[in-house]
Design a protein around this ligand. Structure first.
Ligand code: MF3
Ligand code: CO
Length: 262
C-alpha cells in the first residue's frame, strides 16, 4: 500500500533514513563477503533477512507489489545473475558458480522509512569484459551523482550516466529508472539513466531523498521480463550490471546515505 508522502523530507526524517542506510550498508557488506562459488542465493537471502530483523528493521522488497495486479515480491534480496539485469528473486536451489556476475539489490524499512542500494560483484575469476562492465557501471553511478545539487535537474543525472556508459561501448537500460524513496519503496521523481529531451524538466531540491541506480548492458538496452513475472533480463542475453545508492540532496550537493561496501 502506498503511504502519503512529501518529496521533500524534513531533517528529522533524513536522520532516520541515514540510520537505516548505515544498517543497510553493513548488511550488504556482509552479504558481499559471503558470495562465493557453491553458496545459494537462498542462503544469502535468509542471512540478509535475519540481520534486518536483528537490527529492528524489516525487508522492504519482501511482499512488495509495483502494481495492484502484481504477485508480491518473494524475497529480501534481488539476486540477478549474468544476463539478468534486476529483480531476480533469491532461490534455495540457485547456486553461484565461478565466473558469475551477480547484482545484489537490497531494501530495508527502518522506523517507517525505506533505503535501497545495490552492487554488482564477480564470483571467483570473471572475464575481462565482465570486470570492465562492473567498473563502468559503478563509475557511471558516480558520474550521475556528481550532477546532483539543489537547482539542478533530474535529467542531468541520466545525461551524465548515459554519456559515460555509451563512451565505454555499453548501453543503459531505459525501461527501469531510479526514484525517490521514503515511507514508500518507490516515490516521485522518476530518475531515468538516459536523457530524454522530450521529458518535462524536474528540478532537484534540498531535502529530496533519491535512489540513483544505473543498469548497464554489454549489448543492447532492450530488456524482457522472465516468466517468473519479476526477473528483468537483457533481450539479447548479454551481461548486465547494476549499482544503486540512496542519497539526500543537501544545500551544497548530496550526501550518500547508503555507502557502497565495494
Ligand atoms: N532497487 C530496486 C528498485 O528500485 C528494487 C525493487 S525490488 C522490488 O526497483 F521487489 F521491490 F520491486
Ligand atoms: Co531502487
Amino acid at each position: 500500500m502506498q503511504m502519503p508522502y512529501s518529496v521533500i523530507k524534513a531533517p528529522e526524517e533524513i536522520e532516520v533514513i541515514r540510520e537505516g542506510g548505515v544498517i543497510l550498508s553493513r548488511i550488504l557488506g556482509e552479504v558481499v563477503g559471503l558470495v562465493k562459488p557453491g553458496i545459494t542465493t537462498g542462503e544469502i537471502d535468509k542471512l540478509a533477512e535475519s540481520r534486518m530483523r536483528e537490527a529492528g528493521g524489516e525487508p522492504s522488497f519482501l511482499g512488495y507489489k509495483t502494481r495492484a495486479s502484481d504477485r508480491p515480491y518473494p524475497t529480501t534480496l534481488c539476486t540477478s545473475i549474468n544476463h539478468e539485469v534486476v529483480h531476480a528473486p533469491a532461490a534455495p536451489n540457485r547456486t553461484l558458480k565461478d565466473g558469475d556476475v551477480i547484482g545484489l539489490d537490497i531494501g530495508l524499512r527502518y522506523q517507517g522509512y525505506c533505503t535501497d542500494m545495490a552492487v554488482t560483484v564477480g564470483i571467483g575469476k570473471i572475464s575481462k569484459d565482465a570486470g570492465r562492465l562492473i567498473a563502468v557501471t559503478r563509475d557511471a553511478l558516480f558520474r550521475g551523482l556528481e550532477t546532483v545539487r539543489p537547482g539542478g535537474f533530474v535529467g542531468d543525472i541520466g545525461r551524465a550516466v548515459q554519456t559515460y556508459v555509451e563512451k565505454n561501448g555499453f548501453s543503459v537500460v531505459r525501461d527501469l529508472v531510479g526514484h525517490g524513496v521514503g515511507k514508500n519503496v518507490h516515490e516521485e521523481p522518476r530518475i531515468p539513466n538516459y536523457f530524454d529531451p522530450k521529458a518535462r524538466p524536474v528540478k532537484i531540491e534540498e531535502g529530496m531523498v533519491l535512489c540513483i541506480e544505473p543498469m548497464v548492458n554489454v549489448g543492447k538496452f532492450a530488456v524482457v521480463t522472465l516468466p517468473d513475472g519479476w526477473t528483468i533480463a537483457t533481450a539479447d542475453n548479454s551481461l548486465a550490471a547494476h549499482f544503486e545508492v540512496t542519497l539526500a540532496v543537501t544545500k551544497g550537493g548530496y550526501e550518500i546515505l547508503t555507502p557502497l561496501p565495494v
